[in-house]
Ligand binder design. Structure first.
Ligand code: ZN
Length: 84
């Protein structure tokens, strides 16, 4: 690889290395209607993390209540690093 190509490769690595939690990948894998319904459930603070995680697990998605909690708190210091 030449010098310029190596430098350009650094840009690419940097942009994809931001960590994403399993909720983020789950959302990306869903059809749009499902994704919006799930996002609405995430935004509804009256729904408990455990209830949401249990429902997702019953559908075969490997998402823990802890991960649901962290994704919901992603704007806070104890949350995941997914983009808002
Ligand atoms: Zn997340």
């Amino acid at each position: 690889m030449d010098f310029i190509a190596e430098l350009q490769a650094l840009h690419v690595v940097k942009s994809v290395q931001k960590p994403r939690c399993s909720v983020h990948f789950l959302l990306q894998s869903l059809p749009e209607a499902d994704r919006e319904a799930l996002l609405a459930a995430f935004d509804n603070k009256q729904i408990r993390h455990t209830d949401l995680a249990t429902l997702l697990q019953s559908r075969g998605f490997n998402v823990s209540a802890m991960t649901v909690s962290r994704h919901r708190n992603r704007s806070q210091s104890n949350g995941c690093r997914c983009p808002l």
